[in-house]
Design a protein around this ligand. Structure first.
Ligand code: ADP
Ligand code: MG
Length: 250
């Protein structure tokens, strides 16, 4: 098989895995959105990625950037609300960065373009309690791991996923300043952001498929302690994060 065909297969697998995980987490995402939004994030993402999976499964001869562009255009056409156009538009725009193939360099460019488009469109910054809180540290970590630390793309991606996970935990104590959750103002504090969570789910799917295709071991050595505790003790992340407050703190 040619390199291009390998990359296309990896990208297609990553997209299909992402769609599966969104489906698995549909109720979870909806529950998160019901606490600080309108309880449709799971349904929105599942509708979008369901349509994406159908289209992408048939794209046998497509190049990687064409597959990624289809992900974006499909989400735009299927998903309304805030997250749909943000995800879809940013993926579509950033897909051109993969026109020369899928390499360490082009994936850094893709990640940066995706973050830039998303913040341009949505106007959210780190600290506003949105998907930007998971995405920004992930993209910065990926770029730095490759360009400064000289890690290979898989190791860099693992660090990026850990950064996204910490970003999700960081949304819990924040007050929302963008999107529907901002209507709740201080009442949004203490809840995990749904869009940051779906961003992490997508990043994890990409990491796991990249590990399979690159035949590499993934070291998740910088995971968020609150997330690990939540998993171990069967807690909601918000409970685990709250539980970390020092005694006597308000
Ligand atoms: P809606 O808020 O229209 O119901 P969704 O429920 O699908 O759309 O998505 C909600 C998520 O969208 C939020 O959890 C947040 O992460 C993200 N979001 C909302 N507004 C913005 C924005 N301006 N910039 C970035 N992300 C945003
Ligand atoms: Mg919603």
């Amino acid at each position: 098989m040619t390199e291009h065909a390998d990359a296309s297969e990896a990208v297609r697998d990553a997209v299909l895995e992402a769609a599966d995980r969104i489906e698995e987490n549909k109720t979870h995402l909806t529950d998160l959105d019901s606490a600080i939004g309108d309880a449709d994030h799971g349904a929105n993402m599942s509708r979008g990625f369901g349509a994406v999976a159908e289209r992408v499964a048939e794209m046998d001869d497509a190049e990687p950037h064409e597959i990624v562009k289809t992900v974006g255009t499909t989400i735009i056409s299927e998903v309304g609300g805030a997250a749909g156009p943000l995800y879809g538009g940013s993926i579509m725009s950033a897909s051109t960065e993969l026109a020369d193939g899928v390499t360490a360099e082009t994936t850094v460019a893709f990640a940066e373009a995706y973050l830039e488009k998303l913040t341009d469109r949505g106007g959210a910054r780190v600290g506003d309690k949105t998907m930007v809180d998971a995405l920004t540290p992930a993209v910065h970590t990926y770029k730095k791991s490759i360009e400064v630390d000289g890690l290979d793309p898989l190791a860099a991606l693992a660090k990026a996923v850990d950064a996204a996970e910490r970003g999700v935990a960081y949304t819990v104590p924040l007050r929302a300043r963008k999107g529907r959750a901002s209507y709740l103002d201080w009442r949004s504090v203490g809840h995990q952001d749904p869009g940051a969570t779906s961003t992490l789910i997508l990043a994890e799917a990409i990491l796991d498929v990249a590990a399979e295709h690159l035949d590499g071991d993934v070291e998740r050595d910088a995971r968020d302690p609150a997330v690990i505790r939540a998993e171990k003790e069967g807690l909601d992340l918000a409970e685990a994060v709250d539980g970390e407050e020092p005694e006597g703190a308000e």
